[in-house]
Design a protein around this ligand. Structure first.
Ligand code: GLN
Length: 480
């Protein structure tokens, strides 16, 4: 079978093929590796490819298939994992020089759940350093490019994972989303990306950026595949103190009555679209939903205009504290410590952190310092409360909300130099994060570069959200 015939399929289709013995897991893996050999030098998805480990795992899974053993839900899933999630024995750097050479001695909870469900891990994907960024250009090991156009960014910070799915290097991928890092690259690369409810997926083994917002979530070719991946990685974990107990994942897609569904469109987001193509596709999507009999209502999220400033106060504050553990001594290559501890920290951190982590450490330390914390950090926390109240009011009028995913389509590499303009890329992403809500981005009905649409669900209503998005994606003509 030609590689493209396999690598263009969704995981669900692959699973059917495996069950019917159309091909083996090793053949499937071979097809992905073929694509990687052809295009990785241009796309630069991986910081580490575990060819030998994946091949051995594929052989083992093929044996299980021949023996007719029980078939766990992710058998045959070839998964790429963002390089801020620990996979035992594979190097993990979070795209930072300060972690070079670090080998995690344990698996993140999501990774052990993947393995138990029959998935194999093909490699670790590129990201903005410590997941700080919206383009993957802040990686210390060079940027990833957009599989739809190598002159453009794939989005970020999970740009490697989104590009891996879009380029046919794997069938599923894991990303992390603090302020949009799964949803925005999924939108730029034309794949499905989900940020689950905060606490729904264990963060044990994830390198922290802003702990009050970080979540791990799926990137996939279809909504159905994202749901399958989530059903495996989600659920309570005692190793994560913010993990939500009693979260039920295993509901199958229920039939959503489209005639009773109310989709809310936040007025303020319409005003933030700067790109004619994004506007066109968003309006077209809205019209398609209305034509399918769905009620579309306007809702207000007045505090949303303060979401980006609040996010960029809270995230650096939490990051400055989380990044304190990278002192250049406990992790990373040995340095010259001859000059006393305090100075060693300063020198090694100065040499090994890239510009964006440094900026955030400085900003965060400043906004938390005595005299300024009330003015910045506490004000931002109050904005967070107001945002939650806005969403609650909106959900009294609508079951899910629909917004564009990004103000523009994927921008050209190097075209955004100023940090504040980069932060504004997250305009439609960060309010959801501050409120801890689930959201899914799917490709809209666009012919050229992908244009993503974002569906936002109510707290802990992840399954209902996926049901709705699955139906809506069919209405947009994009399959399930
Ligand atoms: N672009 C956002 C930031 O730089 C999002 C990052 C993320 O979600 N990890 O903080």
């Amino acid at each position: 079978m030609a590689p493209a015939e396999l690598t263009g399929r969704s995981f669900k289709q692959i699973r059917t093929g495996l069950d019917q013995r159309e091909f083996s897991v090793s053949e499937l893996l071979g097809a992905y590796l073929h694509n990687i050999d052809q295009r990785e030098s241009v796309v630069h998805v991986f910081l580490h490819i575990d060819r030998a480990g994946a091949e051995a795992a594929a052989k083992h899974l093929d044996q299980r298939l021949t023996l007719g053993e029980a078939r766990p839900p992710l058998l045959g899933a070839v998964v790429a994992v963002k390089d801020n999630i620990a996979v035992r024995g594979l190097p993990m750097t979070a795209a930072s020089r300060i972690l070079e050479g670090y080998l995690p001695p344990y698996d993140a909870t999501v990774v052990s759940r993947l393995r138990a469900a029959g998935a194999l891990i093909i490699g670790k994907t590129n990201l903005d350093e410590f997941a700080m960024g919206s383009s993957t250009e802040h990686s210390s090991f060079g940027p990833t490019t957009n599989p739809h156009d190598p002159r453009r960014v794939p989005g970020g910070s999970s740009g490697g994972s989104a590009a891996a799915v879009a380029a046919g290097f794997c069938n599923l991928a894991l990303g992390s989303d603090t302020g949009g890092s799964i949803r925005q690259p999924a939108a730029f690369c034309g794949v499905v990306g989900m940020r689950p409810t905060y606490g729904a997926v264990s963060r044990y083994g994830l390198i922290a950026l802003a702990s009050s917002m970080d979540v791990i979530g799926p990137l996939a070719r279809s909504v159905a595949d994202a749901r399958t991946l989530l059903s495996v990685i989600g659920g309570y974990d005692r190793a994560d103190s913010t993990s939500v107990p009693h979260f039920s994942w295993h509901r199958t897609a229920s039939s959503v009555d489209l005639t009773k569904l109310r989709i809310g469109i936040p007025t303020e987001y319409g005003e933030g679209i700067t790109d004619a193509e994004v506007k066109k596709i968003f309006n077209k999507s809205r019209a398609l939903l209305e034509r399918a009999g769905i009620t579309v209502v306007e809702v207000g999220l007045p505090t949303t205009r303060y979401a980006v400033p609040a996010y960029y106060v809270i995230t650096p504050a939490e990051a400055s504290s989380n990044l304190a553990r990278y002192d250049g001594i406990r992790f990373g290559p040995p340095g010259d410590h001859d000059f006393g501890h305090g100075r060693a920290y300063a020198r090694l951190r100065g040499q090994r952190f890239g510009p964006e982590p440094k900026r955030r450490i400085l900003l965060g330390t400043f906004t938390l310092s005595a005299g300024y914390a009330e003015r910045y950090y506490h004000t931002a926390q109050r904005v967070r409360t107001l945002l939650r109240q806005d969403f609650m009011a909106a959900f009294a009028k609508a079951d899910v909300l629909l917004t564009p995913a990004t103000p523009t389509t994927a921008f050209l590499l190097g075209s955004i130099q100023d940090p504040v303009s980069m932060y504004r890329q997250d305009a439609f992403m960060v309010a959801v994060s501050l409120a801890g809500l689930p959201a899914v981005t799917v490709p809209g009905p666009a012919a050229g570069l992908p244009v993503g649409l974002q569906f936002i669900g109510q707290h802990k209503h992840d399954n209902h959200l996926l049901d709705v998005v699955q139906r809506c994606r069919v209405i947009f003509g994009g399959g399930e």
